[in-house]
Design a protein around this ligand. Structure first.
Ligand code: 3PY
Ligand code: MG
Length: 258
């Protein structure tokens, strides 16, 4: 289990970090997961209905439990990146990054500097004006984690250059979109596995953290050769369904009789 303070160094050092996706826009989910052994969570604003207020209160709840939150923004648009970081997320993950130029834009917009993230001292990230400008610039530069998601066939040949962008901290391989973009229906397909191996090798060659999505321990066994630095295992929805399935089977297997 990681704290918000030690998450960036652990991520960059490629220590194995285990996170999950959160799909339900309710702060209680983040409060509960802050009591779990997870190292971090990814608030999924790409595929789940988190609006700006939801992101704000959910990041607040996670921070209250010292749980690092990465926001998966719907796009690398400046507005989304700034909103996520201003409310105090530990970083951002941007889906469908296809080129090194896109990766450069994402890094620039996620950090303060020329043409970069807009500055306000009134944000939670700036401790509501209690951090002065030099301190907020210094802390943000060190602590904000930026992750590109590679999940399109056309991005595969660019994976080294995307990962090597200065300030890009890691690459998350999206196995499902990658499969679909390659005309396949399963991440278990041999061509998809080869593509994942190639992307992972390129990201490691660029000395950046590589991560992907897993469902269970057999996925982890299959992905051992990827050299994963971070893993996103399932989601809180999947934990609920898995828990309900297991509880029902247990009771039914015991042939409980009144
Ligand atoms: C994908 O597999 O496409 C993902 O985005 C994983 O979340
Ligand atoms: Mg995807």
């Amino acid at each position: 289990m990681r704290t918000i303070a030690d998450f960036p160094n652990a991520f960059r050092a490629q220590e194995l970090l285990v996170g999950t996706f959160v799909k339900t826009p309710d702060p209680a989910v983040f409060e509960v997961l802050a009591r779990s052994p997870l190292d971090f969570v990814v608030l999924d604003a790409e595929h789940a209905p988190f609006d700006r207020r939801d992101i704000n209160v959910c990041v607040l709840a996670a921070r209250e439990g010292n749980l690092p939150v990465i926001v998966r923004v719907p796009s690398g648009d400046a507005v989304w990146l700034q909103q996520a970081l201003d409310v105090g997320a530990s970083g951002v993950i941007v889906p469908h990054v296809r080129t090194p130029a896109e990766a450069q834009d994402i890094v620039r917009l996620s950090h303060f500097g020329p043409g970069g993230r807009g500055y306000a001292g009134s944000t939670r990230a700036a401790d509501y004006t209690r951090r002065n400008i030099p301190t907020h610039l210094e802390i943000s530069a060190k602590s904000v984690i930026v992750i590109a998601q590679i999940e399109d066939g056309e991005a595969i040949s660019h994976s080294f250059d995307i990962a090597a962008v200065n300030g890009m901290d890691g690459v998350f391989i999206g196995p499902v979109d990658l499969s679909i973009s390659m005309g396949k229906t399963s991440p278990g397909d041999d061509d998809v596995r080869r593509a994942m191996e190639q992307v992972a090798a390129d990201v490691r060659r660029a000395k950046k953290a590589v991560g992907t999505f897993v469902n269970n321990s057999s996925d982890i066994d299959n992905y051992r050769s990827l050299g994963l630095g971070f893993v996103l295992v399932r989601s809180e929805q999947s934990f609920m369904l898995g828990g309900a399935d297991a509880a029902c089977s247990e009771i039914r297997a015991a042939q409980y009789q009144r």
